[in-house]
Ligand binder design. Structure first.
Ligand code: FAD
Ligand code: EPU
Length: 348
């Protein structure tokens, strides 16, 4: 365990906001988590596990310990039909994806360039370009904080959903992800149904590398690089609404994009709703709606947490007034001691 002398969180989250923690501790071994959680001097101190901070917004200074997950190690078991990867939670997700592609293992290429760590991937069941982690995840190893036991949860037990899992609900604050098991089939099936990826089929034989390169190209073109422009990816989830509501919206907006999710429900594109609300480029202080991808809120340089919160509230209200659709944030809102929400911070 290493305690950082610096208390600034600026370089530990991708929004790049100037916020502080009371303490920042780096953890290299699973046992270190227990040592910290059981240490009497930290018992009543709020603790937050952080990967690369690419899916959260610090709403204010954090009055507790930020625990940086830095568990390392990858092992592979090869069978006739699969590669089984056991990956420690602190490995970087994109480096893992690139490594599998370099070794001719397909399955993760659609999930290239998603920022963050492997241990954070199951928390919101990361997804992109028609693939979600749940389709490649075999198990998640978690440390139960109260008992100190490490338990292997099958993918089914993780209750994965769209940007959702058991770790955001029943197991929140109770477990720490220490490793993830991935199962990659040796029979590779390209997943190229999504928009621009479909064009790959026109050029003849599709390869794992070609899908990986295309995904990287699309992402580099559409999404701001957090190393240069602070952001946390899609700020809001794509809302799932009733077919009846879409019919109503279609009377005024006949070209609205939507995807049937079954059971009389439809997924709308939040980026489209925000763009149609004429909010692309809209600014509050140093925060702005990204001019290329309206679903991303950015820090133009000097944004404060308050700027981003005010902007997010304005986006939610404006979209609601125009479309009767209430956007929910995907980005996790972190308060002084624990997780909070846009609604809660706006009521204060
Ligand atoms: P963090 O932000 O550090 O943590 C996220 C949450 O998980 C926090 O609540 C944290 O406390 C908790 N947590 C972290 N590690 C652990 C652990 N070991 N045990 C228990 N809890 C833990 N997401 C997608 O799904 N698809 C995308 O295409 C996508 N694109 C993105 C593009 C950009 C430019 C950015 C900035 C983000 C994007 N994201 C995307 C969101 C983000 O990359 C993912 O959610 C990622 O998995 C977050 O990883 P992280 O390590 O940064 O997690
Ligand atoms: N759109 C607009 N204007 C915009 C942005 C999008 O009209 O400014 C329209 C597009 O034209 C398209 C639709 O909205 O018709 C969907 O856009 P896109 O394909 O870019 O995907 P998205 O819904 O904006 C989602 C995920 C991303 C993921 C991509 C690719 C969510 C909340 N976001 O974005 O995930 O990378 O699909 O699969 O589900 C993230 O979670 O942080 C993230 C970046």
């Amino acid at each position: 365990m290493k305690t950082k002398s610096d208390k600034s969180l600026k370089s530990f989250h991708t929004f790049g906001l100037d916020v502080l923690a009371r303490e920042i501790i780096e953890v290299q071994w699973p046992e270190d988590f227990l040592t910290l959680w059981q240490n009497p001097s930290y018992l009543s101190t709020p603790k937050l596990i952080l990967g690369e901070g690419s899916n959260l917004l610090f709403c204010e200074n954090f009055q507790g310990v930020i625990v940086l997950n830095r568990l390392k190690g990858i092992s592979i078991l090869e069978t006739e039909q699969h590669w089984h990867l056991h990956v420690a939670a602190g490995e970087n997700w994109h480096e893992l994806v690139s490594w599998t592609i370099g070794h001719g293992m397909g399955g993760l290429e659609n999930l290239a360039l998603i920022p963050g760590l492997v241990g954070s991937a199951p928390i919101q069941n990361i997804g992109a370009y028609g693939v979600e982690l749940k389709e490649r995840c075999e198990y998640v190893d978690v440390l139960f904080i109260a008992s100190g036991k490490t338990v292997r949860l099958s993918a089914a037990k993780c209750e994965f959903g769209y940007r959702d899992s058991v770790f955001k609900r029943k197991l929140k604050y109770k477990t720490i992800v220490v490793a993830v098991g991935l199962k990659l089939s040796k029979v590779w099936l390209p997943m190229i149904g999504y928009g621009a990826l479909a064009k790959l089929a026109e050029g003849g034989k599709v390869t794992i590398r070609a899908v990986f390169d295309k995904v990287c190209e699309i992402r580099r073109n559409n999404l701001p690089d957090p190393h240069t422009i602070g952001n946390a990816g899609s700020f809001f989830k794509n809302p799932i609404v009733s077919v009846a509501l879409v019919r109503k919206i279609k009377e005024t907006y006949p070209t609205i994009p939507y995807y049937n999710t079954g059971g009389g429900k439809v997924k709308l594109a939040a980026g489209w709703l925000i763009e149609q609300s004429e909010l692309k480029g809209f600014c509050v202080g140093g925060a702005a709606v990204h001019s290329k991808q309206a679903l991303v809120l950015i820090n133009t340089g000097e944004a404060t947490s308050k700027d981003i919160i005010k902007l997010a509230k304005h986006v939610v209200d404006t979209v609601y007034q125009r479309f009767w659709v209430k956007l929910e944030h995907e980005v996790r809102f972190i308060g002084a001691a624990r997780e909070t929400s846009l609604e809660a911070v706006c009521q204060r």
